[in-house]
Design a protein around this ligand. Sequence first.
Ligand code: PHE
Length: 457
Amino acid sequence: MNERKSIHGQWSSKLAFILAATGSAVGLGNIWKFPYITGENGGGAFVLVYLLCIALIGIPIMMAEVMLGRRGRRSPINTMALLASEEGKSNGWVALGWMGVVAGFLILSYYSVIAGWAMSYVFRTGSGMFVGATADGVSSIFTDFISDPEKLLAWHTIFMVMTMIVVARGVKNGLEKAVTLLMPLLFGLLLLVVGYAMTTGHFQQGLDFLFTPGPITGDAVLIAMGHAFFTLSLGMGAIMVYGSYLPKSTSITQAAFAVALADTAVALLAGMAIFPIVFANGLEPGAGPGLIFKTLPIAFGHMEGGILIGVSFFLLLVFAAWTSAISLIEPAVAYLVENRGMKRVYASVWIGVATWLVGIGSVLSFNVWADKTWSLPFIFENKNFNFFDTLDYMTANVMLPLGGLFIAIFAGWLMREQSSREEMNTWSWAYKAWRFLVRFVAPLAVIIVFLKAVDAI
Ligand code: PHE
């Protein structure tokens, strides 16, 4: 087969791909979402299920996504169309690409709102308003903030503009270099906060909460699995589209392990930083989406050099969110460029404006529409979901795992063994292990977790 090329260009090296994929994976999911859903779902057992899902479902599906992307060398929609026809399968597989585009769009709409919170906290921390603050003070500052829709809207707008600018310029320009420097810095600052957490006298309690498994519900298992997809950017084509820019010679196996390892390390560190602060200050682990904004400022308000550390921390968090946001709309932009002949700039603006509009719903979920809630069929019968919760739930816990399931089925069952072996181009034992996981373990696990969450088993 002649080697295909992507019309959008290629990564300059294997490291560039790993950095970009890590940039996509490490984001709000690790530092904002992981701690708060762990807190809401009782800790230890939830973390254990999440780790199992990363290892048994996440890594094999990540390898499958990169493999499909590199083989197709197009946006996920067109890659699925091309590969399905090459393998003699139905053109209906483009639906998988479409679902990913929709999921990415919906996720970005609320992701941007939360990234806006982090941006505002750069300035809040910088102003010194948290110096010496009590837990109550920090909590009420947060509550006041999110009850102001205009402020949230302003930050959401700024973040969307930032995202569109980078996407318009093309994902590869400049981003690679920034990630090389900033990711390790974020890691370092997290370590500093963990260091502070050790001084609270509640470090052990935090560790126990994170790592001692207790009972767990079917719904919590679904959330843990959904988060494994979310945090690794899987099931919607982001990793596939990055894979389509990957040079032929790169080892997909090694790249997937590197990305998953870095991503998991950041999430666990975030948990180790936050829960000791929660317990030391008598806060609720299940405080919800505001958890990091109610805890970390306490640390920054009390540690040596806290203002500088806090400002840098939130700045790096914004940066991490930025590199994730870009990958959320890259599949849609690549599609418009390929199929509608649009310039990247116009494609980014169109999609950006639409995402921004939907995001207003999430802005309002925290204030004006806070009591507009409903229940969702099958799951959490006693929980009320607002607009933001619904988007988050439907994307992370339904659309991404469903997308992942179909990716696994396509890569493991429909693609000829020869095609995947050739594209994967890895050690024979690694290929065999991957194929077993992606054919049996990952799809069955996703199906069982789905069935369990709707109480069917
Ligand atoms: N992985 C990102 C995070 O953890 C979010 C994301 C999800 C990005 C899906 C791309 C695709 O923040």
